[in-house]
Write a new protein. Structure first.
Length: 71
């Protein structure tokens, strides 16, 4: 599974920045304002980030295996 560069970059940004930031904001605000499901949101976010990280890792390994990487 090899992702196009643009898709890879977007997914990497979403996985490393967007999902954790939104999750932290929601969980933090849930504690202050009593939003529901803070624990569920946190756990779901962790699962989604892990899944996306694994998919990105597979794509990176495939890319490097084909001799396109710097290593």
């Amino acid at each position: 599974m090899k992702l196009p560069d643009k898709v890879y970059d977007i997914l990497k940004w979403v996985t490393m920045v967007v999902i954790p930031a939104v999750t932290a904001a929601y969980v933090g605000l849930a504690a202050v304002w009593g939003f529901p499901y803070a624990s569920e949101v946190s756990k779901t976010s962790a699962v989604v980030c892990t899944l996306l990280g694994a998919l990105l890792g597979i794509s990176t390994a495939q890319y490097n295996k084909e001799g396109n990487g710097n290593g």
